[in-house]
Design a protein around this ligand. Structure first.
Ligand code: MIG
Length: 634
């Protein structure tokens, strides 16, 4: 049962597609304070657990921390943080006394104090007084999620080839960087379907342009890659470079499609291209205009994109920069003591992604002027919807790949997400795992983390262990930052080990794809906490490093260095399978705790009693994958 409550006059976030009757606020089942800020509060038993909040740090059980829904270009995903790139305002509370779901449909900032200030109290504070709040009653966690998914519409399904293995790196620039990656994968029997183009392919970081010095004939280059079954996936950033004669900028400026200052002039800020205008994706006309720009690249043969910097990330605004310079000028006139030194440092660093800036520019939503800070959390989602809606309209469903860094619920219908700038840290394998069920709850099915880690230096064993989790995630992309240690699968001594793990992905694609489609259709989760399937089993409920996958499997990757295996908890008897290249070994295990050994070139998988899953023969890309002749294991 879903109950919808409307407080004030909320902005349409486009999260919910179903029309639900609005209930009298007097019947709201939790404590609700309606002042300048809406506050929802409830108390929890000692045993109660809280699931959800999509892309966030910390555990599968969210209890015991304070989170903020505020799309952020967060460079360090450590447990002290409160926000990451997405704003996913949905939780499920589960205790012996009952279970319910709560969705706060609100475009501004939301603070989730989940037993942080008080051990048994949850307090959700909205930075505003206009919102739709949904309360969902249900028997099980999974059923509550299904009801929620039912009102937000079906999840995006990418093209089939997007389930192949993908290689990315900030820094691939010239054609030979891409052909080298392609050829080295082939030469070493390493499968591959996509190579990403980061900002380096553009002309002076201008969206929808290609650097002609690097790519004199881009169309021919794209088609040559296609002939080798490789899809090139360029990045698109939110900001449009201010440059006279650059048609996208000129048109956006003339038609008034950029976000505005209070005085009606374009708000200007600095990102990779230098000074940019921020397209007003909340303005329908501007949104459609931006969406149609992707055509330039599609006409050259491109069939996939990733949208970046759309929280939006701001390095500085013109005003912020001026204030910083003034402060520095003042400081430079005085003697510098240690406090002045800190002031000096802060003067520069504090202007990035600053609340002052987010509070100072405006959108035009159907003629109504709205301050950015009140709609911040839907900005990136609307950018991606602009693209996704255009693609579907012009090219049909399941034709183009699109995923985004920033997101809000609703964007799950038009795109996927990736989890942003993680580190080459072992603990980030685990964080990757924990986010999967939470984002699935919110409808984001096509998702994954930067495998191997984005920031800092990878090691061979870290990458292999991470890939052994990545073989199960719909988006399986190895990506890293400029200047970090190279991490393509052919860069290490044990290339065959990588071939063993990557071929497991291709063997599993028919199963993963089918499960994915079913979950999109039925509003189900592909990855679930063990707690959802074994609600009466305390050990299962508290398990934070294993997940249920589809209706048949459980996964439990090794995520620590120098381990020959790991301890795993089986809530029921299962078949323990190790997959490696062509090899499959299996062993029946009883319910309970086990230590299982897993080599670096093996992918561990657990199949439930009386269940079977299909395996294909290994292939070097999805085009060559035989999806008909399958062998069943279990
Ligand atoms: O400020 O385009 O998360 O994947 O490689 C960094 C360069 C901008 C952030 C993305 C990352 C991408 C990088 N971008």
């Amino acid at each position: 049962m879903i109950k919808k409550f409307r407080l004030g006059n909320p902005i349409d976030t486009k999260a919910v597609t179903a029309s639900t009757e609005i209930e009298d606020v007097k019947n709201f089942p939790l404590e609700l304070t309606q002042e300048e800020r809406l506050v929802v509060a409830f108390s929890l038993d000692n045993d109660a657990m809280i699931f959800g909040l999509g892309e966030s740090v910390r555990g599968i059980n969210k209890r015991g921390w304070i989170y903020e829904s505020w799309c952020s270009d967060e460079t360090e995903h450590t447990e002290d943080k409160r926000s990451l790139y997405g704003a996913h305002n949905f939780i499920v509370v589960s205790s012996e006394n009952g279970k319910f779901g709560l969705f706060v449909d609100f475009a501004g900032k939301v603070e989730w104090d989940l037993c942080y200030s008080q051990p048994n109290e949850a307090k959700i504070t909205l930075c505003g007084s206009d919102a739709d709040i949904y309360f969902i009653d249900g028997e099980t966690e999974r059923d509550i999620v299904k009801q929620f998914r039912n009102i937000i519409g079906k999840s995006y399904i990418p093209p089939f080839w997007a389930f192949g293995y993908q290689q990315s790196c900030w820094g691939y620039a010239k054609p030979s960087d891409f052909t080298t990656v392609r050829d080295n994968h082939r030469k070493n029997n390493l499968p591959l379907d996509c190579i990403y183009m980061d900002i380096d392919y553009m002309e002076r970081f201008k969206d929808f342009t290609v650097n002609r010095e690097l790519f004199p004939d881009f169309r021919a280059f794209v088609s040559d890659m296609k002939a080798h079954n490789i899809h090139l996936i360029p990045i698109i950033d939110a900001g449009v470079k201010k440059e006279e004669g650059y048609s996208v900028y000129d048109e956006g400026h003339e038609k008034g499609y950029f976000c505005k200052n209070a005085d009606g002039t374009d708000f200007e800020c600095g990102v990779w291209p230098g000074i940019v205008g921020l397209p007003d994706f909340l303005n329908k006309e501007a949104r459609e205009w931006f969406g149609s720009q992707y055509r330039t690249l599609i006409d050259m043969g491109i069939d996939g994109f990733w949208n970046d910097m759309n929280e939006p990330a701001l390095f500085y605004s013109k005003k912020g920069l001026e204030t910083a310079r003034e402060k520095l000028r003042d400081i430079s006139r005085a003697d510098v003591d240690i406090w002045k030194y800190f002031d000096m440092r802060n003067a520069v660093t504090s202007i990035q992604n600053s609340m002052d800036d987010y509070s100072s520019f405006y959108h035009n939503i159907d003629g109504r002027t709205v301050c950015h800070k009140d709609v911040h959390n839907i900005y990136g989602a609307f950018m991606t919807n602009a693209a996704g809606e255009y693609f579907e309209r012009e090219y049909g469903k399941e034709k183009l790949l699109i995923f985004s860094r920033a997101s809000y619920i609703g964007a799950h219908r038009t795109s996927g997400i990736w989890f942003g700038d993680n580190y080459s840290w072992w603990e980030h394998i685990l964080l990757n795992l924990k986010m999967l069920p939470s984002v699935n709850m919110c409808g984001f099915l096509y998702c994954g983390a930067d495998i191997g880690g984005f920031n800092k230096d990878v090691t061979e064993d870290l990458l292999l262990r991470w890939l052994a989790l990545g073989v199960f995630t719909p988006l399986m992309r190895n990506h890293r930052a400029l200047g970090t240690r190279a991490q393509e699968a052919y860069r290490f001594s044990g290339t065959e080990k990588f071939a063993d793990v990557l071929s497991v992905r291709y063997r599993l694609i028919p199963y993963i794809y089918k499960t994915f489609r079913r979950c999109s259709d039925e509003g189900d989760m592909m990855f679930r906490p063990l707690a959802f399937d074994y609600p009466d089993d305390r050990l299962a409920r508290e398990t934070e490093d294993q997940l249920m996958l589809g209706g048949e499997c459980m996964i439990a990757p090794v995520y620590q260095q120098n381990k020959s295996g790991r301890t795993v908890y089986l809530p029921e008897p299962m078949t323990f399978v190790k997959l490696s290249g062509e090899n499959v070994s299996s062993q029946k295990l009883e319910k309970g705790l086990h230590y299982v050994e897993v080599e670096l070139n093996e992918v561990p998988l657990f199949i439930r009693q009386n269940k079977k899953i299909p395996l294909a023969s290994p292939a070097l890309n999805t085009a060559e994958l035989d999806t008909e002749n399958l062998k069943y294991i279990g």
